[in-house]
Design a protein around this ligand. Structure first.
Ligand code: FEO
Length: 172
Protein backbone atom coordinates (compact mmCIF):
# COMPACT_ATOMS: atom_id res chain seq x y z
CA UNK A 1 0.00 0.00 0.00
CA UNK A 2 1.32 3.42 -0.92
CA UNK A 3 1.56 6.12 1.73
CA UNK A 4 -0.41 9.29 1.09
CA UNK A 5 2.82 11.25 0.58
CA UNK A 6 4.19 8.81 -2.00
CA UNK A 7 0.87 8.56 -3.77
CA UNK A 8 0.65 12.34 -4.09
CA UNK A 9 4.23 12.56 -5.32
CA UNK A 10 3.66 9.82 -7.89
CA UNK A 11 0.51 11.57 -9.08
CA UNK A 12 2.53 14.78 -9.46
CA UNK A 13 4.96 12.80 -11.60
CA UNK A 14 2.05 11.47 -13.67
CA UNK A 15 1.12 15.08 -14.36
CA UNK A 16 4.69 15.93 -15.31
CA UNK A 17 4.88 13.05 -17.80
CA UNK A 18 1.53 14.10 -19.29
CA UNK A 19 2.84 17.65 -19.62
CA UNK A 20 6.00 16.34 -21.27
CA UNK A 21 3.90 14.41 -23.77
CA UNK A 22 1.90 17.57 -24.55
CA UNK A 23 5.03 19.74 -24.80
CA UNK A 24 6.67 17.36 -27.29
CA UNK A 25 3.47 16.98 -29.26
CA UNK A 26 3.41 20.76 -29.67
CA UNK A 27 7.05 20.70 -30.84
CA UNK A 28 6.15 17.96 -33.34
CA UNK A 29 3.22 19.92 -34.70
CA UNK A 30 5.26 23.14 -34.98
CA UNK A 31 8.07 21.31 -36.83
CA UNK A 32 5.50 19.60 -39.05
CA UNK A 33 4.51 22.90 -40.66
CA UNK A 34 8.07 24.25 -41.07
CA UNK A 35 9.80 23.60 -44.38
CA UNK A 36 12.34 20.78 -44.22
CA UNK A 37 11.79 19.65 -40.64
CA UNK A 38 9.95 16.38 -41.24
CA UNK A 39 12.59 14.37 -39.38
CA UNK A 40 12.45 16.67 -36.35
CA UNK A 41 8.67 16.49 -36.43
CA UNK A 42 8.65 12.67 -36.47
CA UNK A 43 11.22 12.65 -33.69
CA UNK A 44 8.97 14.71 -31.41
CA UNK A 45 5.80 12.79 -32.31
CA UNK A 46 7.67 9.69 -31.17
CA UNK A 47 9.04 11.45 -28.10
CA UNK A 48 5.51 12.51 -27.18
CA UNK A 49 4.33 8.88 -27.43
CA UNK A 50 7.18 7.80 -25.16
CA UNK A 51 6.17 10.30 -22.51
CA UNK A 52 2.64 8.95 -22.62
CA UNK A 53 4.09 5.51 -21.96
CA UNK A 54 5.99 6.94 -18.97
CA UNK A 55 2.72 8.36 -17.67
CA UNK A 56 0.83 5.08 -18.19
CA UNK A 57 3.45 3.03 -16.36
CA UNK A 58 3.04 5.33 -13.35
CA UNK A 59 -0.76 5.23 -13.42
CA UNK A 60 -0.73 1.43 -13.53
CA UNK A 61 1.84 1.25 -10.74
CA UNK A 62 -0.10 3.56 -8.42
CA UNK A 63 -3.28 1.54 -8.99
CA UNK A 64 -1.46 -1.77 -8.55
CA UNK A 65 -0.25 -0.60 -5.13
CA UNK A 66 -3.69 0.24 -3.85
CA UNK A 67 -3.66 3.93 -4.75
CA UNK A 68 -5.49 5.90 -7.41
CA UNK A 69 -3.58 7.09 -10.47
CA UNK A 70 -5.16 10.43 -11.32
CA UNK A 71 -5.43 11.46 -14.97
CA UNK A 72 -4.42 15.13 -14.86
CA UNK A 73 -5.99 18.11 -16.65
CA UNK A 74 -4.05 19.33 -19.65
CA UNK A 75 -2.38 22.71 -19.83
CA UNK A 76 -1.57 24.17 -23.21
CA UNK A 77 2.18 23.89 -23.73
CA UNK A 78 4.37 26.32 -25.71
CA UNK A 79 3.10 25.92 -29.27
CA UNK A 80 5.37 28.16 -31.37
CA UNK A 81 9.15 28.53 -31.36
CA UNK A 82 11.52 31.22 -32.59
CA UNK A 83 13.96 28.68 -33.96
CA UNK A 84 14.92 25.04 -34.05
CA UNK A 85 17.63 25.81 -31.54
CA UNK A 86 14.98 27.06 -29.09
CA UNK A 87 13.04 23.81 -29.49
CA UNK A 88 16.03 21.70 -28.54
CA UNK A 89 17.08 23.99 -25.68
CA UNK A 90 13.55 23.64 -24.34
CA UNK A 91 13.74 19.86 -24.77
CA UNK A 92 16.96 19.65 -22.72
CA UNK A 93 15.72 22.03 -20.02
CA UNK A 94 12.55 19.99 -19.73
CA UNK A 95 14.37 16.68 -19.40
CA UNK A 96 16.65 18.13 -16.72
CA UNK A 97 13.56 19.17 -14.75
CA UNK A 98 12.10 15.67 -15.11
CA UNK A 99 15.36 14.11 -13.89
CA UNK A 100 15.34 16.35 -10.82
CA UNK A 101 11.78 15.35 -10.09
CA UNK A 102 12.60 11.63 -10.42
CA UNK A 103 15.59 12.08 -8.11
CA UNK A 104 13.37 13.76 -5.51
CA UNK A 105 10.94 10.85 -5.77
CA UNK A 106 13.72 8.31 -5.29
CA UNK A 107 14.89 10.22 -2.23
CA UNK A 108 11.36 10.32 -0.82
CA UNK A 109 10.84 6.58 -1.43
CA UNK A 110 13.97 5.82 0.58
CA UNK A 111 12.98 8.18 3.38
CA UNK A 112 9.57 6.50 3.57
CA UNK A 113 11.20 3.07 3.37
CA UNK A 114 9.04 2.29 0.34
CA UNK A 115 11.47 -0.10 -1.34
CA UNK A 116 8.95 -1.29 -3.93
CA UNK A 117 8.52 2.26 -5.22
CA UNK A 118 12.25 2.80 -4.99
CA UNK A 119 12.75 -0.27 -7.15
CA UNK A 120 10.02 0.78 -9.60
CA UNK A 121 11.65 4.18 -10.02
CA UNK A 122 14.99 2.75 -11.11
CA UNK A 123 13.61 2.32 -14.63
CA UNK A 124 12.94 6.08 -14.71
CA UNK A 125 16.41 6.83 -13.37
CA UNK A 126 18.00 4.93 -16.29
CA UNK A 127 15.54 6.42 -18.74
CA UNK A 128 16.43 9.95 -17.64
CA UNK A 129 20.15 9.33 -18.11
CA UNK A 130 19.40 8.37 -21.73
CA UNK A 131 16.93 11.18 -22.35
CA UNK A 132 19.29 13.83 -21.03
CA UNK A 133 22.21 12.42 -22.98
CA UNK A 134 20.17 12.44 -26.19
CA UNK A 135 18.96 16.00 -25.61
CA UNK A 136 22.54 17.16 -24.89
CA UNK A 137 23.93 15.45 -27.98
CA UNK A 138 21.31 17.02 -30.22
CA UNK A 139 21.95 20.48 -28.73
CA UNK A 140 25.69 20.07 -29.30
CA UNK A 141 25.12 19.05 -32.90
CA UNK A 142 22.91 22.06 -33.54
CA UNK A 143 25.52 24.29 -31.96
CA UNK A 144 28.15 22.97 -34.38
CA UNK A 145 25.84 23.30 -37.38
CA UNK A 146 24.86 26.91 -36.64
CA UNK A 147 23.20 28.41 -39.70
CA UNK A 148 24.73 25.94 -42.17
CA UNK A 149 21.84 24.80 -44.38
CA UNK A 150 23.38 21.53 -45.52
CA UNK A 151 24.22 20.72 -41.90
CA UNK A 152 20.60 21.31 -40.93
CA UNK A 153 19.46 19.13 -43.80
CA UNK A 154 21.60 16.27 -42.51
CA UNK A 155 20.51 16.89 -38.92
CA UNK A 156 16.86 16.56 -39.94
CA UNK A 157 17.59 13.47 -42.02
CA UNK A 158 19.54 11.73 -39.25
CA UNK A 159 17.57 12.68 -36.16
CA UNK A 160 15.41 9.57 -36.11
CA UNK A 161 18.56 7.45 -36.18
CA UNK A 162 19.77 9.04 -32.94
CA UNK A 163 16.47 8.11 -31.37
CA UNK A 164 16.70 4.56 -32.68
CA UNK A 165 20.31 4.14 -31.50
CA UNK A 166 19.25 5.31 -28.07
CA UNK A 167 16.22 3.01 -27.98
CA UNK A 168 18.39 0.04 -29.02
CA UNK A 169 20.50 0.52 -25.93
CA UNK A 170 17.67 0.21 -23.42
CA UNK A 171 14.83 -2.10 -22.53
CA UNK A 172 11.19 -1.14 -21.97
FE1 FEO B 1 9.43 10.98 -19.12
FE2 FEO B 1 11.40 12.46 -20.81
O1 FEO B 1 10.60 12.32 -19.16
Amino acid sequence: MLSKTIQEALNAQIRMEAESSQAYLAMASWADIQPGLQGVSEFFYKQSDEERVHMLKLIRYVNERGGFGVVPPLLQPIITFQSLKRVFEEFLAHEIKVSESINDLVHMALQEKDYATHNFLQWYVSEQIEEERLARTLNEKLELIGEDKSGLYLFDRDILNYRMQQSAGKSH
